[in-house]
Design a protein around this ligand. Structure first.
Ligand SMILES: Cc1cc2nc3c(=O)[nH]c(=O)nc-3n(C[C@H](O)[C@H](O)[C@H](O)COP(=O)(O)OP(=O)(O)OC[C@H]3O[C@@H](n4cnc5c(N)ncnc54)[C@H](O)[C@@H]3O)c2cc1C
Length: 485
C-alpha cells in the first residue's frame, strides 16, 4: 500500500482527491479497454490514501526533502494547483509561502466539491501532507496588485494559481443580478460547503440577498433551476436536493450522452436517482420577476438538425415550443472566468482569448519574467488532474529558475511532451491479453434513501478483496520510447 501511495504522490500529492473525484482520464488510455473494460485506476488509488489515514501513519512522501537552498517562492491560491506547486518546490529545499483569500485551504475541491463526494476529513489529510513537506500557509489573505509588486522583489519567483471563481451568466432576457433568487453557482456552493464542512454561517445581509431564513442553505419548499452540464452544475443540483428543495431542475442545451461525457456516468445516474429532473435540449430564454423577486422562467426547446453537407448537426430552436416553469432560484453554472485584478496593469501580462493567463503550456512562465501561472487561471475551468499536472511541471521549472534565472525543461519533460502529442495508445490495436472477460469491479454506493438527505459519502470504495481482484486484471503494459538525435 505504501509503495502504491508513494507512486501516486510522485506526480499527484493530493492522493485522497485522486482516488475519489478525479474524472480519471488515465482510464481512457488503459489498453485493457481493447480487451474488455479499463482497469478501475481511480478506485485502486483511493486504497493507498485511505490505508495511510486509517492507520494514522506518518505521511509517505515519495522523496526526501532536500536541505534549504536559501530561495523563496510565493504561491497565490491554495487550490490543487497552488498546493501541488508548493509541495514539489518545498521538496527541493525552497521556502514556500502560500497565500489564500478564503479562511480555508483547498480551493474548489474544498468549497466547490460537496462533502458527500469528497469528505473534508480526507482532503485535509492531503493538505496536511503538503504542510508536512514544510509549506507555510497564510489564509484570509486576498493578494492585490500592490502585494504582487512587493512579492516580485521579495521572492525569487511567484506562482499565480487563483483559479476561475466568477460564475458566468446564462445570457437570457432580464438576467439581472439584483433579482433575488439569482445566485451564481460558485457563491451558492461556497455557502453550502463553508457551513456543511467548516460550520461558517451566512450573515443576515447575505440571507436577505438570497431569500434565506436560516444562517445556512435550507431550500425547503423552493424550486431550484440550475443551468449547466458539467461538474459544478451537478454539485449544485445534488446539494439543492440535500437542502430539501421541493423541485430541482437541470437545464442543458445538449443531450444525456454529452452530460455524461462532461461529468461521469455514475454522477449523472446518482443525480437522477436522487430526484433531479433533467431538461435536455433546453435553454432559459427569460427570467420573470415581481418586484425583483424571481417567480418563473421561460424555457426554449431546441432540436438537433443534421447538416446536409455532413458537418456537425446544429441546435435549432423549435418555434412555438417554449414554456414557463415556476422558479424560486436560477443558478447559473455554465462556466467560470478568472479574476485577474491582482496582476499589475503596467506588467501587461499576456492573456488568452478566454481571458486567462497566457503561457506556452510547457514551462508555465507568463510574459513577465519570474511570474508563473498554472491551473484553471491559466487553462480555464478544467479538472483537478489538469491543474495538478500543470503545477507539477511548473514547480520543476521554477526550482531550476530560482537558481539559474533560466527557464528550461529536462530531457524527460521534453520526451513527455512528444509522447503526449504522439498519443502512444492505439485504441484500434487488437489485444489478446490476460484473463479476458474478468469483469471490472464496481465499488458499493450508498442506497438512494440512505444518502439523499444527508452528506454521507456516497461512494464507499473497494474492499480489499475487490481491490485485489481488480488489480489482477492489469496487463502491465510497459512501453519503451526511444529518441534518436
Ligand atoms: C463545484 C465544482 C466541482 C468540481 N468537481 C470536480 C471533480 O469532481 N473533478 C475534477 O477533476 N474537477 C472538478 N472541478 C474542477 C476543479 O475543482 C478545478 O479544475 C480545480 O480546483 C482547479 O484548481 P486551481 O488550483 O487552479 O483553482 P481553485 O481550486 O479554484 O483554487 C484557486 C484558489 O485561489 C484562491 N484565490 C483566488 N484569488 C486569490 C487572491 N487574489 N489572493 C489569494 N487567493 C486567491 C481561491 O480562493 C482558491 O482557493 C470542480 C469545480 C467546481 C467549481
Amino acid at each position: 500500500m505504501d509503495d502504491s501511495l508513494m507512486a501516486t504522490r510522485q506526480t499527484m500529492p493530493l492522493a485522497h482527491v485522486c482516488g475519489r473525484v478525479c474524472p480519471h482520464p488515465c482510464e481512457d488510455a488503459c489498453r485493457r479497454t481493447n480487451l474488455d473494460e479499463p482497469i478501475s485506476i481511480m478506485s485502486l488509488k483511493r486504497l493507498g490514501a485511505d490505508w495511510e489515514t486509517d492507520h494514522g501513519s506518518d505521511f509517505f512522501h515519495p522523496m526526501e526533502k532536500k536541505a534549504g537552498i536559501g530561495k523563496r517562492v510565493s504561491v497565490i491560491g491554495a487550490g490543487p494547483a497552488g498546493l501541488t506547486t508548493a509541495y514539489y518546490l518545498a521538496a527541493e529545499g525552497i521556502d514556500v509561502d502560500v497565500y489564500e483569500e478564503l479562511p480555508v485551504l483547498g480551493g474548489e475541491v474544498a468549497v466547490g466539491v460537496p462533502e458527500y463526494r469528497m469528505p473534508i476529513g480526507k482532503y485535509n489529510q492531503d493538505i496536511e501532507c503538503v504542510r508536512d513537506m514544510g509549506v507555510n500557509f497564510i489564509t484570509n489573505s486576498k493578494i492585490n496588485a500592490d502585494d504582487m509588486r512587493r512579492f516580485e522583489k521579495e521572492y525569487d519567483a511567484v506562482m499565480v494559481a487563483t483559479g476561475t471563481r466568477i460564475s458566468k451568466k446564462v445570457y437570457c432576457d432580464n438576467e439581472r443580478p439584483e433579482i433575488k433568487g439569482y445566485w451564481g453557482a460558485i457563491d451558492f456552493l461556497d455557502k453550502v460547503n463553508l457551513y456543511e464542512k467548516y460550520g461558517y454561517t451566512i450573515s443576515k445581509e447575505e440571507q436577505e440577498e438570497n431569500i434565506l431564513t436560516t444562517p445556512y442553505v435550507d431550500l425547503t419548499g423552493k424550486t431550484v433551476v440550475c443551468v449547466g452540464g458539467g461538474f459544478t452544475s451537478m454539485d449544485v443540483v445534488r446539494c439543492a436536493i440535500r437542502a430539501n428543495a421541493k423541485k430541482v431542475y437541470m437545464i442543458y442545451r445538449r443531450d444525456e450522452k454529452t452530460i455524461i461525457k462532461n461529468t461521469t456516468y455514475e454522477e449523472y445516474h446518482e443525480a437522477v436517482e436522487e430526484g433531479v429532473e433533467f431538461l435536455f435540449h433546453s435553454a432559459v430564454a427569460q427570467m420573470r420577476d415581481e418586484d425583483d423577486i424571481l417567480k418563473s422562467l421561460l424555457i426554449d426547446k431546441f432540436e438537433l438538425v443534421p447538416d446536409p453537407n455532413g458537418g456537425r448537426p446544429e441546435l435549432v430552436k423549435i418555434e412555438g415550443a417554449s414554456y414557463e416553469i415556476e422558479a424560486d432560484y436560477l443558478i447559473p453554472a455554465v462556466s467560470q472566468s478568472a479574476d485577474l485584478k491582482l496582476l499589475p496593469e503596467e506588467w501587461e501580462i499576456e492573456k488568452t482569448s478566454w481571458a486567462t493567463i497566457k503561457t506556452n503550456g510547457k514551462d508555465y512562465m507568463t510574459s513577465r519574467k519570474g511570474i508563473f501561472a498554472s491551473g484553471d487561471c491559466e487553462y480555464g475551468p478544467m479538472t483537478i488532474v489538469n491543474a495538478v499536472g500543470q503545477a507539477k511541471r511548473a514547480a520543476s521549472v521554477m526550482a531550476r529558475y530560482v537558481q539559474s534565472g533560466e527557464v528550461t525543461l529536462t530531457d524527460d519533460e521534453i520526451m513527455e511532451d512528444h509522447l503526449r502529442k504522439l498519443r502512444v495508445y492505439d485504441k484500434k490495436e487488437k489485444v489478446t491479453g490476460w484473463l479476458p472477460g474478468v469483469p471490472r469491479q464496481h465499488s458499493t454506493v450508498l442506497d438512494v434513501e440512505d444518502r439523499k438527505y444527508n452528506n454521507k459519502e456516497v461512494n464507499l470504495g473497494f474492499t480489499q478483496e475487490e481491490a485485489m481482484s481488480e488489480a489482477e486484471r492489469c496487463m502491465r503494459c510497459y512501453y519503451i520510447a526511444m529518441v534518436q538525435a
